[in-house]
Ligand binder design. Structure first.
Ligand code: C2E
Ligand code: MG
Ligand code: MG
Ligand code: MG
Length: 287
């Protein structure tokens, strides 16, 4: 009887699994065409200095976030296509496109704001990363200190020594390094001690619970204290309410990012903030 039941449940799942595998294969083929078909783009989300009423003078930079508009599926979220690109090795090519696009964009602004770009583990551990970053900086003319590379601690877990030596070579180029999603993984204080990150981004999960969960408040407060003790600046991600912002500012958080400050959007939406003008903007407005 148990066997029959088991067989029954297996056959129930099979078509669904087949469909998912087929689906992924198709999506993967589509993804490899996406770059050259111009389906990838970047949205930009602002970061502001920590202050209770954020004015336009408080914006300090933007994070570039990849977007894929599939011709028939519509919007595919990065949480779906970045892992797919990682598995297939496409991430290296895609990551270079993203980096070049973001640097080119930031180099065209009249205000020298920071531009943050996410690096995925596979991209980070690729041996050509340092020369790719170097080449793109030269090509776009972006001042290295304006570029921030966001990495997650996962990349250091995989190969600590190699990760550390890569980080040193990258900072040798003059770029900044941020630790993204701090607290969400196997956060180890060893990493913070071994490598002087320029920024630590507190994971959205803790910020989200500020106000309902005293543990989250304690963690956020402790991370801010830890960062400052190490001379690292702290950015809070996912700030959605005035209450969260007030708490973070009161605790001395250096910078904030989240829907309450501004949503990720095409750069035209932030044209005034970055001092974007000229033909490129005129074209995008006209179209
Ligand atoms: P992340 O780097 O931690 O980026 C922040 C994510 O939080 C973004 O999601 C952003 O849209 C979202 N977010 C920002 N503020 C708020 C808020 O107030 N509330 C909520 N609920 N969400 C907020 P997104 O764009 O879907 O990206 C998800 C993740 O995908 C990113 O997390 C990053 O790990 C990865 N990703 C995105 N773009 C790239 C890229 O160009 N390269 C690589 N390697 N990874 C990327
Ligand atoms: Mg990020
Ligand atoms: Mg993050
Ligand atoms: Mg993330």
């Amino acid at each position: 009887r148990a066997k029959a039941k088991l067989r029954g449940s297996v056959s129930l799942y099979e078509p669904e699994m087949d469909r998912q595998i087929r689906d992924r294969r198709v999506l993967h083929q589509d993804l490899s065409a996406a770059i050259k078909n111009g389906e990838l783009s970047l949205h930009y989300q602002p970061q502001a200095n920590g202050c209770s009423r954020v004015g336009s003078e408080d914006f300090v930079g933007f994070e570039a976030l990849a977007r894929w508009f599939h011709p028939t599926r519509g919007f595919v979220p990065p949480s779906d296509f970045i892992p797919l690109a990682e598995e297939s090795g496409l991430i290296v090519e895609m990551g270079e496109w993203i980096l070049r696009e973001a640097c080119q964009e930031a180099a065209s602004w009249s205000k020298p704001l920071q531009i943050a770009v996410n690096l995925s583990p596979a991209q980070f551990l690729n041996s050509d990363l340092v020369s790719a970053v170097h080449g793109i900086l030269l090509e776009t003319g972006l001042k290295p200190s304006r570029l921030e590379l966001e990495i997650t601690e996962g990349v250091l877990i995989e190969d600590f020594d190699r990760g550390l030596s890569l980080l040193r070579r990258l900072t040798g180029l003059g770029v900044r390094i941020s630790m993204d999603d701090f607290g969400s993984g196997y956060s180890s204080l060893t990493y913070l001690q071994a490598f002087p990150f320029d920024k630590i981004k507190i994971d959205r999960a803790f910020v989200m619970n500020l106000g309902h969960n005293p543990q989250s408040a304690a963690i956020v407060r402790a991370v801010i204290g830890l960062g400052h003790g190490l001379g690292v600046s702290i950015v809070a991600e996912g700030v959605e309410t005035q209450q969260q912002l007030d708490f973070l500012v009161a605790e001395g958080c250096d910078a904030v990012q989240g829907y309450f400050i501004g949503k990720p959007a095409p750069i035209e939406q932030y044209a005034r903030l970055v001092g974007l003008s000229g033909p490129r903007l005129a074209i995008s407005r006209a179209s």
